[in-house]
Design a protein around this ligand. Structure first.
Ligand code: NAD
Ligand code: TYD
Length: 350
């Protein structure tokens, strides 16, 4: 039986990856390590948490002695590292927590893996899940390739870029078996409502203004979260050692067009007159250092591993809206007092 560590498994993408691995690989023992920050929520996993090949460990990757003991006790065969501080706006107001978790936390895990795999690393793998934001911002044309130079602009993307460099350095220096993926913006069920799509769904449902930064002309390449989880499964099992793979949706939208599409979908789902929700769109002060455009060339993972996105955006958005409307308690629970305070601070900043 292989013992696999998944970090950040109570978060948005991590919970989809944990579910996929627990269900698909009964022969693996899946250990989910998560600190349960504001973004971690064990409710995301209540459908699989009693399965015999699943175990949850609450702990902080910033605590090196805890991490070393964990690796020594469990003797992991593989690591999928998703734990991170992940929201750009929070990185602007509180960069240090991003430096600690995304950089120092990643190095603690690398050290833990190195300690137990130094004598024999056959069949072992440290998989670091990263973001396309490390590449910086594109103009109106062009795509991010695996060879694009790093040019991060926010404390979030700079911290992820640092961690990517450190993971590669451990491969080159200590021969740690690693693989990295850089993925575009994800959307889908269980995403915390501070990110654009769930924030807009939440605000439309409750008739609150939908804040659009600047003129809404920034472009993101959106991928349904289960398609990302499927790519992660493929790369973990079939990706080549030391390689980087870009993952993206071939699905570019300006923020304003995306929100208008979402408003339309939700007019019909909520039985509102066409055009009702668009009145909620409110332009607010732009994000500092706001990257104009992200777009991914994912031909390497498509050609080498046969991955491609399975859902059209219209289907993915409909599934996402349906999930949020069917799970008002989930939204209510995560939109607790602490989140309300963050929201007020963030959107009363003008
Ligand atoms: P998320 O914020 O929803 O979840 C992060 C999880 O990490 C939470 O469960 C949190 O409790 C946990 N965590 C945070 N600090 C921790 C610590 N110190 N110790 C242990 N656990 C800790 O994030 P997400 O959107 O699911 O992103 C997961 C990963 O994927 C991140 O590494 C992110 O950079 C990357 N990524 C995200 C996107 C996206 O669009 N969301 C796109 C590409 C890559
Ligand atoms: P976000 O979901 O925070 O992801 P990222 O910054 O990692 O791409 O934001 C997606 C886009 O939406 C980004 O261009 C910023 C913009 N945005 C808004 O216009 N309003 C908002 O309230 C939020 C959270 C984001």
């Amino acid at each position: 039986m292989r013992t696999i560590l998944i970090t950040g498994g109570a978060g948005f993408i991590g919970s989809h990856v944990v579910r996929l691995f627990v269900n698909k690989y009964p022969e693996y023992r899946i250990v989910n390590l998560d600190a349960l920050t504001y973004a971690g929520n064990l409710e995301n996993l209540k459908d699989i948490d009693t399965q015999s090949n699943y175990e949850f460990v609450k702990g902080d990757i910033n605590d090196s002695s805890f991490v070393n003991t964990l690796f020594s006790n469990y003797q992991f065969d593989g690591v999928l590292h998703l734990a991170a501080e992940s929201h750009v706006d929070r990185s602007i107001s509180d960069p240090m927590s991003f430096i600690m978790t995304n950089i120092v936390g990643t190095v603690n895990l690398l050290n833990g893996a190195r300690a137990i795999w130094s004598s024999n690393s056959d069949g072992k793998r440290f998989y670091h899940i990263s973001t396309d934001e490390v590449y910086g911002s594109l103009g109106k044309s062009g795509l991010f390739h695996e060879t694009t130079s790093y040019d991060p602009h926010s404390p979030y993307s700079a911290s992820k870029a640092s961690s990517d460099h450190l993971v590669r350095a451990y491969h080159d220096t200590y021969k740690l078996p690693i693989v990295i993926t850089n993925c575009s913006n994800n959307y889908g069920p269980n995403q915390f409502p501070e990110k654009l799509i769930p924030l807009a769904i939440h605000n439309i449902s409750t008739n609150k203004p939908i804040p659009i930064y600047g003129k809404g002309e920034n472009i993101r390449d959106w991928l349904y979260v289960e398609d990302h989880a499927a790519a992660i499964d493929l790369v973990f099992h079939k990706g080549r050692d030391g390689e980087t793979y870009n993952i993206g949706g071939h699905n570019e939208w300006t923020n304003i067009d995306l929100i208008k599409q979402l408003c339309k979908t939700m007019d019909s789902k909520l039985g509102r007159k066409p055009g009702t929700n668009e009145h909620l769109i409110t332009y607010v002060k732009d994000r500092a250092g706001h990257d104009l455009r992200y777009a991914i060339d994912s031909s390497k993972i498509e050609k080498e591993l046969g991955w491609k996105p399975s859902l059209q955006f219209e289907q993915g958005i409909e599934k996402t809206v349906d999930w949020y409307l069917a799970n008002p308690d989930w939204l209510e629970n995560v939109s607790s007092g602490a989140y309300e305070k963050y929201y007020d601070k963030q959107y009363n900043r003008r």
